[in-house]
Ligand binder design. Structure first.
Ligand code: RP5
Length: 170
């Protein structure tokens, strides 16, 4: 992890979410963004969740990413206690395979947004990319990294198209 001061706080409801969440940390590192990572549960440690979000801005954080599964109230509880942008990652698993987490993270009441990313492997990556995009305003070096990242995605699609065209020719 980068040694610079964390700008992104990543919170997960349980250490069982770590296999998903670690991909958000890795993606932020690709953009040179430092994060701090905590396990805090909206249900099992509610006072800690409140304290974390209430002090986040004062501690220098600019964005919070919250990952949780099941009755996933973590993003919403954190968003209730800060005006920092909160990005929610619904974590797959359990009896409803993540649909519960998706809706619980997404369906926030008016005035308390949680920017919810997709279930599955794209979720932690998109949470990190969205955080980088929010932070890139007025930061040309970070903006350049994002442009280069998107160009790599475009090249991948172009290569994929070539592969399919070749397969059709044979
Ligand atoms: C949620 O419940 C956590 O975010 C996790 O996704 C899920 C299961 O937690 P454990 O029972 O594995 O601790 O609060």
């Amino acid at each position: 992890m980068s040694k610079s001061k964390p700008e992104v706080g990543i919170v997960m409801g349980s250490d069982s979410d770590w296999p998903v969440v670690q991909n958000a940390v890795k993606t932020l590192e690709e953009f040179g963004l430092a994060s701090e990572v905590r396990v805090i549960s909206a249900h099992r440690t509610p006072a800690l969740a409140c304290d974390y979000a209430s002090t986040a801005s004062k501690r220098g954080l600019k964005i919070i990413i919250a990952a949780a599964g099941g009755a996933a109230h973590l993003g919403g509880v954190l968003a209730a206690h800060t005006i920092l942008p909160v990005i929610g990652i619904p974590v797959k698993g359990g009896a409803l395979n993540g649909m519960d987490a998706l809706l619980a993270t997404l369906q926030m009441p008016s005035g308390i947004p949680v920017a919810t990313v997709t279930l599955g492997s794209a979720g932690p990556v998109n949470a990190a990319v969205l955080a980088a995009q929010i932070l890139a305003t007025g930061r040309p070096a970070l903006a350049r990294r994002l442009v280069s990242y998107k160009k790599k995605l475009q090249k991948k699609v172009a290569r994929g198209n070539e592969t399919v065209q070749k397969a059709l020719e044979t």
